[in-house]
Design a protein around this ligand. Structure first.
Ligand code: IVH
Length: 678
C-alpha cells in the first residue's frame, strides 16, 4: 500500500523547511549562535510561505510562518492560573541571606541542602501552557491568581518554541502536557531602540526595560510586538500532579534540552559560601549583560524538600531573592543645563552634586524634556532621587519636596540655543524644543554628513572619518566652508593622501552642479525630504523664490501642508540659515532649476499656450517647457509645433485648427515633458 513518490511531496517539503527554520531559530534566538545568514533564513521562510500558500490545508499553528497572527478582538481575556504565581521574599544583605539559610536548615533537619542560584531577570513573569507539545496559551502573572491571556503576543517571541518535536520532548523527559514559567525581558539594545523611536515620534520615553516589556506584552498589535524583540527565559517546569523532575537543576537542563532559552548563568551551590560567590560574580557581571538583572534567586534544588518546606503567605520558603543594592541615590541638583543633540533636539540635564551610585560616581542625570521638569516639579537646588540602570543614562526620578532648601529656584527653559544663540522652535504637538540652525556647532557634524550623503549632494569621500576631523579641528564651521577647502588643509588630516585629497576636491567641485532640488534637500530642513524638495524646485524654479514664498504659496505646492510650510518659514527666518544660503550662492552652487534642468528633450519645438490648464499656471507651464529646451511663443504660426489648450481657449485654437497644428491638453504636455519628442 505504501507508495513512494519519486519526488518529495509538498507535505514533506513543508515539514523539512519547518524543521530547518526551527533549528536555525533555536540557534539564533535561544543559543545566540547563528549558523546561516539572515538572507538564507529569509529565503527559506519565503519558500515555506509560498508552499503553504499553495497548500493552505497543510498550514499548522506551529509553523514558523504563523508567529504573527491577527490581533485579539476584545483585548485580553482574564484567565485563572493553574496554580498561583507567587512572588519571592527578598534578602537585601548577607545577614538576611544567612538568616534564610538557617531557617531552611532548621526545617530540613539533617538533610544536606543544595541550592540552585539563578540570575533574577528584571522583567515580568509569564506562564506558558503546552498541550500535546504545542503552545496553546501564554498568561501574564496578573495578581498571581488571575492573569491576562496574551497568547497572540507571546507567539511572536522567537525564543518561545511554538511546539516541541517528539525527539526533543523525549530527550528532555518532559511530558506532552506541561506548563513553563519564566521571565519576559527586553534587552537593553531593544529598549534603547524603542526609546529612540518614541522620542523621534515626540513620545515620552519608557522608564526602564521592565516597563517597556510589560507595555509591549500588552500591546494589541501583534505586528508591533514582533518588531520589539521580546525575549523569554524559562525557569520552571510544572505538570498536572506538580513537579516533573526531582531536582530544580534537572528542570532547567530539561528546559534547555527541549529548546527553551535557559539562562546559562546558573550554578549549583552546596554551601552558603558558594551562593555568596555566585552573588558576587553576578553583581560584577551585571554591568556587562545585555539585559537588566536586579538580583539573584536562590532555590532549594530538591523538589521533595521544596514540598516539605512549603509556603508562607505569598512566597515559598524554599526560595529567596537576593536583591542587589538599588542603583539609586539622593543628591542635590546644582544646576540645570541644556544640551543640544545632533539632530538639534534640546535635552535638559541636571548637574548634580556628585554621588556614588552602584560603584559609579554620577554627576549628571537626564531630565528628558521641558515637560518632564514641570511634571517632577523640579527647582534648582532641590534634593532628588536619581536612578541608574545598565547602559541607561542616570535619570531624576523624584523630587524630595520636604528637603527643598529655601533658596531653591525655578528653572526657565531657554528661548535661544545655548550653543549658537538661535531662536528655538517647538513644533505643534511635540515635546521637544529644537535648534534649527544648520550651522549650529552641535549640529554641524550631522548636517555635513547629510549634505554630502548619496542621493543628496553626492560628495563621496566626505564621510564620517573626514567630517569628524573637519568639525573637531574647526576647519569647517558651516556647510559652505567645504567649498573653501584646499589640498593643503585636506592633507593635514589623518589618513588622507594626495590622491584622496585630489578626488575629494573634485567631488566637492562637481557637487556645485547638483540640481536645485538636491541643494534644497541638502539644507536639512525638517520634514523636507526628496519628494518635497523636488516639488519645491518644480514649483518655484529658483532658490530665491523658495525662500521668499509665503505660507499660502508653499501650501499650494503638491504634498506640502501647514506643518512643512511652517518648518520652512522657521528655517528661512533664521539669519544664520540665510547667511549660509548666501555663502552657498557665492560658492557657485546651482540655485536655478532652469539652468540645471535644461535638457534637449524639446529642443526645436515651439509651443503656444492658450486657455486655463487644470493644474499648471501659464507661467509654470512655460517654465517647464523651457527647462526641457522648448520655446514658448505668443501666437500661432506655421512654425508652431503644438498648441497647449486648456479651458476657454479662444481664437488661438481656431487658428491652430486652420493651420493643422497638433493640439495638446495638460496631460499630453506632461507626457511630452516626461518622455520628450519621439
Ligand atoms: S522564581 C515561586 N526565578 O522575580 C517563585 N523568579 O520577585 C517564582 N524572577 O515574580 C519565581 N528571575 O518575575 C524566579 N530566575 C528566576 C527569576 C524570577 C526573575 C522574577 C519573577 C518573580 C519575581 C519575584
Amino acid at each position: 500500500m505504501a507508495k513512494h513518490p519519486p519526488t518529495k511531496s509538498a507535505e514533506e517539503q513543508i515539514e523539512a523547511l519547518r524543521e530547518t527554520l526551527r533549528h536555525h531559530e533555536h540557534l539564533y534566538y535561544v543559543l545566540d549562535a547563528p549558523e546561516v545568514s539572515d538572507a538564507q533564513y529569509d529565503a527559506w521562510m519565503h519558500e515555506l510561505r509560498a508552499l503553504e500558500d499553495a497548500h493552505p490545508e497543510l498550514r499548522t499553528m506551529d509553523s514558523p510562518t504563523q508567529r504573527v497572527g491577527g490581533k485579539p478582538k476584545e483585548g485580553f481575556a482574564k484567565v485563572p492560573h493553574s496554580r498561583p504565581m507567587l512572588s519571592l521574599d527578598n534578602a537585601y544583605d548577607e545577614t538576611e541571606l544567612r538568616e534564610w539559610d538557617r531557617r531552611v536548615h532548621e526545617l530540613a533537619g539533617d538533610e544536606p541542602i543544595a541550592y540552585v542560584c539563578e540570575l533574577k531577570l528584571d522583567g515580568l513573569s509569564l506562564a506558558l501552557t503546552y498541550r500535546n507539545a504545542q503552545l496553546v496559551r501564554g498568561v501574564t502573572r496578573g495578581d498571581g491568581v488571575i492573569g491576562e491571556d496574551v497568547t497572540t503576543n507571546v507567539r511572536t517571541i522567537r525564543s518561545v518554541p511554538l511546539s516541541i518535536s517528539p525527539a526533543k520532548l523525549h530527550a528532555s523527559g518532559l511530558p506532552e502536557n506541561f506548563e513553563i514559567r519564566g521571565e519576559v525581558v527586553l534587552s537593553l539594545a531593544a529598549f534603547q531602540k524603542l526609546n529612540a523611536e518614541r522620542e523621534e515620534q515626540g513620545l515620552a520615553p519608557a522608564a526602564n526595560p521592565r516597563n517597556a516589556a510589560a507595555g509591549t506584552l500588552r500591546t494589541l498589535e501583534p505586528n508591533i510586538v514582533a518588531q520589539r524583540r521580546l525575549d523569554f527565559y524559562a525557569y520552571f517546569a510544572l505538570s498536572e500532579p506538580g513537579y516533573i523532575f526531582p531536582l530544580q537543576s534537572q528542570s532547567l537542563d530539561a528546559l534547555a534540552t527541549a529548546g527553551f532559552r535557559v539562562n546559562p548563568q546558573r550554578t549549583l551551590a552546596h554551601t552558603l559560601e558558594e551562593v555568596w560567590d555566585f552573588i558576587a560574580k553576578a553583581e560584577v557581571m551585571r554591568d556587562s549583560l545585555s539585559y537588566e538583572i536586579d538580583g539573584v534567586v536562590v532555590k532549594v534544588d530538591s523538589a521533595a524538600l521544596q514540598e516539605r518546606l512549603g509556603f508562607t503567605g505569598r512566597a515559598p520558603r524554599w526560595a529567596i531573592a537576593y536583591k542587589f543594592a538599588a542603583r539609586a541615590g539622593v543628591t542635590q541638583v546644582e544646576n540645570i543645563l541644556v544640551q543640544v543633540g545632533r539632530t538639534g533636539k534640546l535635552t535638559p540635564v541636571a548637574a548634580l552634586k556628585p554621588v556614588l551610585i552602584g560603584g559609579t560616581t554620577v554627576s549628571r542625570a537626564t531630565l528628558h524634556n521641558a515637560d518632564e521638569i514641570e511634571r517632577l516639579g523640579l527647582k534648582i537646588g532641590d534634593f532628588v532621587a536619581v536612578e541608574r540602570g545598565g547602559d541607561v543614562i542616570p535619570k531624576v526620578v523624584a523630587v524630595l519636596r520636604e528637603k527643598r532648601p529655601v533658596d531653591a529656584h525655578d528653572f526657565s527653559f531657554p528661548s535661544q540655543c545655548p550653543e549658537c544663540g538661535s531662536a528655538l522652535v517647538r513644533e505643534e504637538g511635540e515635546v521637544d524644543w529644537r535648534c534649527i540652525n544648520v550651522n549650529c556647532p552641535a549640529r554641524l557634524r550631522e548636517s555635513l554628513l547629510h549634505f554630502a550623503a548619496r542621493g543628496v549632494m553626492n560628495i563621496e569621500g566626505l564621510g564620517e572619518a573626514v567630517v569628524n576631523q573637519l568639525t573637531e579641528r574647526g576647519l569647517v564651521r558651516n556647510l559652505a566652508d567645504i567649498y573653501q577647502l584646499d589640498q593643503s588643509v585636506l592633507l593635514s588630516l589623518d589618513r588622507i593622501g594626495e590622491k584622496t585629497a585630489q578626488s575629494l576636491l573634485q567631488q566637492i567641485e562637481r557637487s556645485k552642479k547638483a540640481p536645485l532640488d538636491r541643494v534644497l534637500l541638502g539644507l536639512g530642513i525638517r520634514f523636507v525630504g526628496e519628494r518635497t524638495a523636488q516639488f519645491l524646485s518644480d514649483a518655484f524654479g529658483t532658490m530665491d523664490r523658495v525662500i521668499e514664498a509665503s505660507a499660502e504659496e508653499l501650501e499650494r505646492v503638491q504634498e506640502i501642508g501647514p506643518r512643512i510650510a511652517q518648518a520652512m518659514l522657521e528655517f528661512f527666518a533664521l539669519p544664520g540659515n540665510r547667511e549660509l544660503i548666501e555663502k552657498l550662492r557665492s560658492a557657485g552652487l546651482n540655485f536655478n532649476a532652469e539652468r540645471k534642468k535644461t535638457s534637449s528633450k524639446l529642443t526645436g519645438l515651439t509651443f503656444v499656450l492658450t486657455g486655463t490648464l487644470p493644474t499648471l499656471t501659464r507661467e509654470q507651464a512655460k517654465e517647464r517647457i523651457e527647462r526641457e529646451g522648448g520655446t514658448v511663443a505668443g501666437s500661432v504660426s506655421k512654425k508652431t509645433s503644438y498648441v497647449v489648450a486648456g479651458e476657454d481657449a479662444g481664437s488661438k485654437l481656431d487658428k491652430a485648427n486652420k493651420l493643422n497644428v497638433p493640439m495638446l491638453d495638460e496631460a499630453g504636455l506632461m507626457d511630452l515633458l516626461e518622455k520628450g519628442k519621439r
